[in-house]
Design a protein around this ligand. Sequence first.
Ligand SMILES: Cc1cc2nc3c(=O)[nH]c(=O)nc-3n(C[C@H](O)[C@H](O)[C@H](O)COP(=O)(O)OP(=O)(O)OC[C@H]3O[C@@H](n4cnc5c(N)ncnc54)[C@H](O)[C@@H]3O)c2cc1C
Length: 189
Amino acid sequence: MIADFSPAFKSAIATGGASYANAMKVGFQANRRFWEEDAHIYGGISWTERDITQIWYPAVGFHQSKGVIVGAYIWDNPISKRLAPLAPAERLRQAIADGETLHPGYGREVSVASGVSIAWEKIPYSRGGWIEWEESDRETAYRTLSEADDSIYLAGEHMSYLTGWQEGAILSALQVVQKISTQLQAISA
Ligand SMILES: Cc1cc2nc3c(=O)[nH]c(=O)nc-3n(C[C@H](O)[C@H](O)[C@H](O)COP(=O)(O)OP(=O)(O)OC[C@H]3O[C@@H](n4cnc5c(N)ncnc54)[C@H](O)[C@@H]3O)c2cc1C
């Protein structure tokens, strides 16, 4: 790590950063809203026992000509660790094969050309979906990182008890703004 944080802060970052959820998603644009036309599905989620884990159907645009579905939402690390290193087209092919078991004919409705896949561990500056703290680290690394290191404050879902949710990120940001405000008031008093 190239930074002039204090040794304690650096070591706490190394602890917390070690464990991130390797979330992965696949999306497809379909030329036909086959889930509505054929299966009378209007929004919601299908749970599967395949690697794709879930298929999400749009809750808007009912009966329009095209539609976008989530063809996989994976947060089980062993699955995403296996799929993330694959080329995006191969991930999509596997997602199509999994979807076929739930929606026969799926492979005619969605395609590699109309799909996109994101493996968060591959995204620069994220390298993971969300942090997963060990309970024991909450008392040590988390506590250290909750305090400012000189003038540096950390804010985000990773510095909350609602990790993996926007609410956690917002609560953390509010807390940091309050701390900075208190510090400024103390300086100007
Ligand atoms: C697959 C998935 C599904 C989710 N579903 C939901 C949901 O349904 N509901 C919900 O509430 N939350 C959900 N979340 C969680 C939610 O997206 C996060 O909790 C929230 O976005 C975290 O906000 P943040 O500001 O902490 O971090 P981020 O939104 O990750 O923002 C951090 C930003 O900092 C940038 N950055 C990092 N390092 C640097 C650098 N060195 N220089 C410049 N920029 C940098 C990053 O590129 C990024 O843009 C989901 C997350 C994932 C991955």
